[in-house]
Design a protein around this ligand. Structure first.
Ligand code: PAF
Length: 287
């Protein structure tokens, strides 16, 4: 069922809660792919009812970013959700979420301030204010849907860590379930922004997973020095890749590592032309 208003979602959820049913929320910006599908399937399996929100959240885009051209595929998204057994697709307008006047100018909006120790590094360095927008919209969605469980992908690992901290610090009564990255057979991590890539760019984009898998292999072979592991990346890079960061951080608190261990996540962000892609790998995932 496609719903555009907050009032209607609230009404439905109230009915479910009266009947003692559990509710799962999968927050998305649409352009759904198999990565989202895996989150949806987890929610449908775990919860009595599942809500998928589809909302391209304007306040998490920085000036000059891809807000206007972000892929919008609501019909296909609705079909994927219906086929997967989703109960409500909640697709509000920006006006429904933020009211008149708040869409272009965020000045009058109450924001959730993310924990800056987590938010000012990695993607937060180049996307200033991005995580304020993410925390604000996710907090709103939690208040609207009041889910028991909320499902997020490890592809946006920094976002996941920040949202877990927000839920803990603000005592929000929801359990966050983190779900593994889904990759194409080639290794490319699924992302809605992959839609921007030409076939040619797509093969260039394999550089992210190649670098991460190679670092994982080197770690498995006993190399733990972060400088040495970082250096293994350079042979994969060419003039079409613009590396934004390659960083080794703790999986729980994002503290920087000088020596990798089983609780280390390797984060990478890189641009191919104008398309900015991110990926990460947890070294403890070794078998
Ligand atoms: O990960 C995303 O798609 C977005 O950041 C989210 C969590 C749906 C908030 O807009």
């Amino acid at each position: 069922m496609l719903i555009h208003t907050i009032a209607e979602v609230r009404e439905k959820v109230r009915e479910w809660k009266r009947d003692g049913l559990t509710v799962g929320l999968v927050p998305t910006m649409g352009a759904l792919h198999d990565g989202h599908k895996s989150l949806i399937e987890k929610s449908v399996a775990k919860c009595d009812k599942t809500v998928v929100s589809v909302f391209v959240n304007p306040i998490q885009f920085c000036p000059g970013e891809d807000l206007d051209k972000y892929p919008r595929t609501l019909d296909a998204d609705e079909k994927l959700c219906t086929d997967a057994g989703v109960d409500i697709v909640f697709s509000p307008s920006a006006k429904e979420m933020y009211g008149e006047g708040h869409i272009m100018s965020n000045d009058f909006l109450t924001y959730v301030i993310p924990p800056y120790f987590y938010a000012d590094k990695l993607c937060g360095k180049s996307r200033v204010g991005h995580f304020d927008g993410v925390c604000t919209v996710v907090n709103k969605l939690f208040n609207i849907v009041q889910p028991d469980f909320a499902f997020f992908g490890e592809k946006d690992r920094q976002q996941l860590i920040i949202l877990k901290k927000m839920v803990k610090d603000l005592n929000i009564p929801v359990e966050i379930i983190s779900c593994p990255i889904v990759r194409e057979e080639s290794g490319l991590a699924l992302s809605s922004r992959n839609k921007y890539l030409s076939e040619d760019d797509k093969s260039e984009a394999l550089v992210l997973s190649k670098i991460l898998f190679n670092i994982q292999a080197c770690y498995k072979n006993g190399i733990t020095d972060v400088r040495a592991l970082s250096e293994t990346a350079y042979s994969y890079l060419n003039e079409r890749h613009s590396l934004e960061y390659l960083e080794f951080r703790d999986a729980d608190d994002l503290e920087e590592k000088t020596n990798a261990d089983d609780n280390t996540v390797v984060f990478i962000a890189l641009k191919i032309g104008n398309v900015r892609l991110i990926d990460n790998i947890t070294l403890r995932n070794l078998c």
